[in-house]
Every structure is written in C-alpha cells, then in structure tokens.
Design a protein around this ligand. Structure first.
Ligand code: URP
Ligand code: ZN
Ligand code: ZN
Length: 463
C-alpha cells in the first residue's frame, strides 16, 4: 500500500493497547497501523520516536465569540481553533444559543457563519433550548439536520437562557423518544439569586471583592440542581449529560444515579481539577471568575477519583475567554464579571502533566477522557476519538516529559492572560494532524485557516 504520510516509531495509543508502531495515512484516513511501514518516494515521514502518539483531543465544551455578560467572548473561530490545535485538539463542540426571538435553526445558522472560513479544526454545536414553548417543536428538525445534542441552562435568567423544570422534564422526554442527549448546566437559580442578593451590599463588596463569587455559591447550589435534573432523567429515561461538574457532592450524586441505572454521564473541566477558590483572594482574583466557580482542593481530588473510577467520563474546558479589559468591567461588583476563562490550548497539557505525570491517570485513561469518551458520547466515534484503521487521521504527538512554560505572550488565544501563566507543562503538541494535514509542526501552528469542517451527526435514533 502507498501512504501519503507515515507517522514513524511513536508510542501509539490505540483501543487495543499501546505500543511502538507506525501509522500509515492515505488521504484523510488512517489506512494501517503496523510495524515498519515502507515509505514511497513521495511519502511524508513524520518521526515520532521518543514521543507519545494519541488520538486528537475533542473539547466538547467550548464557547467562541459568545455574546455573554454584556460583552462578547474574545476567542473566535480563528484564534480558538488555532489555540486548540496547539494543544492537540482536533475537534471542538460549541453551543449554538438562540439570540432573542430566534429559532433553533437560526441559532445553528448563526454559529455556522461564525465558523465558516475561520476554523482550523473540525467542529459542531450543541443546540441550546432557551424558550421551551417555542423551541420544543423545532428539536426534531434539528436532529434531521445532524444535531443530536441539546443544552439547557438552569440559571442565566438575565441572559434569557434559563430553563425551568417543565422544560428540562419535557426535553428529556423528547431525548428518550429521539435517542438524543440533553446537556445541562446545573445550578439552583432561586437559591443562588437569594444568596447573591443577601451579599450584594457596598460594604460586603468592599470587604470581600471577588471572594463573594465563591461565598455566594456553596456546593449545594450545584448539588441540588444535579440531584433534581437526575430525577427528571430517571423518570423519563432521557439521556442526561452534566456539564462542567465542579463539586464532590455532584460526583457522588452522579455515581449513585449511575449505580441504579439512570442514563446520566458527567464532564468536568481542567480548571476544576487544578485550581481552587483561593485564587479569588488574589489582586487579580476576578480574572478567575467562571460559572460554576472554582471550588476547594477536596472537590478537585474527588473529581480526579471520579475520572479514575468512571463516574466522570470527560474532561473539557468550557473555554469562554475574556481579556483583562473585559474582566475589568466588574469595577468591584462580582456580579458584573464576565464569566469564563481561556482553556483550549492547555486542556491536554494540564491533563497530561497533572493527571498522567502525577500518576492520577494512566496515559490510556487520559486518552479515554479526552478523546474516546467524548467522541462516543457525542456521536462522533469511531470517526473521531481513536487511532483505528478507517478513523480520521487526527492525532497529536507529544513529548513524554519535556515542558514548556505557559505564557499568554506566546499563546494562540486572544486572551492577554492565562490561569496557568508561568506554569511548566508537558503535553503541548509537537505535531498535530487533522484529517491527515499537519496543522501544528514543531509546536507552531502551520495549518490553513478555514480548512475545518462541520461534523454532522447521525439521526439514526429518530423513530
Ligand atoms: O463561566 C462560564 N462557564 N462561562 C460560559 C457559560 C457557561 O455557563 O458555560
Ligand atoms: Zn455553563
Ligand atoms: Zn459553558
């Protein structure tokens, strides 16, 4: 067989095990995985010796160019997908959120336009249901169009995004009927609003500053909401996915629900694994405000355990980038901080350095949480998420130990800060391939803007 590209001699992680082997690529696909592949005169040979070769990462929780908190998140499909590529991400899933009065179709069209001509890596969207009465009859059409994951927020009334229990319950019924999945941002809106209003005084804001973000969101705010929506999943049988889970309590609820057969899976994000709420005491603590907020070290440890034991299935980023100027909009009032952080570029380095090198996860377990599970859960497997014959030739080549120091000055993100500035991290991609194209070479982005493709997903579950 003649190969366009051979990835030679890396430590290759496949579903059947990890070994020193070659990968032969023809066109956009993996054609062979075998030792000592023979190169034709025009075959490109990529030396991967002394490196791990893993499937391209799927970051299934990303917000690019999102109008939110009175501004627009600053990474768009150009900078965001370049950032992802540098961190070995070859697929991202964003959230198409309807603008005021828009249908689900219009939301998808708007997000398609954001990506077109800019994306370097492949992408698709979760479709956000924000007005149940209007949107409920549009869900089936979106499934036929190739969107099989939907999203509801249990908070964000002021953004016009909040769903009540009627919407959550009704959507989960439809998920059961169509064989699709509902993602939920689980926080208890009413209790959260009450706690915020109790603390929203000039005296307390002066005294506590950004620490009020954590003080008004005790763990039960997330736990109660997870418990409630898990109940709706249990009684409807609708597939549920808890996004950005941040608490030990949430992890226990998911574990117990899974044990009694509730169709629920959970994701956490890199920041909840390695950062904690002590950052809010820093002078620049407001930069770290995201939603849900960072919790305690004990929560991080429980989430790592959940990844190891299985109740946490995915690590993503919830990338929602705001610059220092945008974050400065808070002017001392924590309720006005644009919420979110950059993350695409550091997902793999953080998980590799703090998971694999710290022996919390094996290399194979990391691949399961960053690639295989996200691809399976989101309906993209085995096209994505595995180094397998017939899969897209999406892969990242990483050095096992050599580190790079995180600096927002050398990163692709439009952010002028990183939560990990100054951290030494291994696991940045020396080389990234997307559908056979080299898009990162020697740690630098070389791929062509606009080459990324929208990924339709199957509507086979529709009755
Ligand atoms: O802080 C965050 N997470 N911003 C994005 C919106 C969301 O809730 O995911
Ligand atoms: Zn959220
Ligand atoms: Zn999010």
């Amino acid at each position: 067989m003649r190969f366009d590209t051979i990835v030679r001699g890396g430590n290759v992680v496949t579903p059947r095990g990890t070994s020193k082997i070659d990968i032969g690529i023809v066109g956009e696909k993996i054609a062979t995985i075998a030792p000592d592949l023979v190169a034709a005169p025009d075959t490109k040979v990529i030396d991967a010796s002394g490196h791990h070769v893993i499937p391209g990462v799927l970051d299934v929780h990303v917000h690019l160019e999102l109008p939110f908190c009175g501004t627009v998140s600053s990474d768009d499909y150009r900078s965001g997908t370049r950032a992802g590529a540098r961190g070995g991400v070859t697929t991202l899933i964003d959230f198409a959120i309807p603008y005021a009065g828009d249908s689900l179709e219009m939301a998808a069209d708007n997000w398609m336009k954001k990506a077109e001509g800019k994306a370097l890596i492949d992408y698709t969207f979760h479709i956000c249901i924000t007005r149940w009465n209007e949107h409920k009859d549009q869900i089936k059409g979106m499934v036929y169009r190739g969107f099989t994951t939907f999203k509801e927020f249990m908070i964000y009334k002021s953004e016009g995004w909040q769903s009540d229990d009627r919407a959550l319950f009704g959507t989960l019924e439809k998920m059961k009927e169509y064989g699709t999945m509902l993602l939920v941002h689980a926080e208890s809106a009413d209790v959260l609003d009450e706690l915020i209003s109790r603390h929203h005084t000039p005296e307390l804001m002066k005294k506590y500053g950004a620490r009020l973000h954590a003080m008004t969101r005790p763990n039960f705010v997330e736990a109660e909401a997870i418990q409630r929506v898990v109940m709706w999943s249990e009684v409807t049988g609708g597939q549920l996915y808890i996004v950005h889970m941040s608490t030990a309590e949430g992890t226990e609820i998911v574990k117990a629900a899974q044990a009694r057969g509730v169709p629920v899976v959970a994701e956490t994000c890199a920041q909840y694994l390695v950062l904690d709420d002590s950052v809010f005491g820093r002078d620049d603590g407001h930069l770290y405000a995201c939603c849900p907020q960072l919790k305690k070290p004990a929560d991080s440890e429980r989430l790592w355990q959940g990844l190891k034991h299985g109740e946490v299935s995915v690590v993503s980023t919830d990338t929602c980038t705001f610059t220092r100027d945008q974050k400065a909009m808070w002017e001392g009032d924590w309720t006005k901080i644009p919420m979110g952080m950059p993350g695409l570029e550091t997902l793999l380095p953080i998980t590799y350095t703090h998971g694999v090198l710290k022996k919390r996860l094996s290399l194979e377990e990391m691949v399961t949480k960053l690639s295989t599970n996200p691809a399976k859960i989101m309906g993209l497997y085995p096209r994505k998420g595995a180094l397998e014959v017939g899969s897209d030739a999406d892969l990242a080549i990483i050095h096992p130990s050599s580190t790079r120091t995180v600096s927002c000055n050398t990163m692709e993100t439009n952010a002028d800060w990183s939560p990990y500035d100054g951290w030494d991290l291994a696991g940045f991609a020396r080389t990234t391939l997307s559908r056979g194209d080299v898009i990162v070479e020697d740690y630098a982005v070389v791929g062509r803007e606009g080459r990324g493709q929208w990924l339709p997903r199957s509507s086979a579950g529709l009755q």
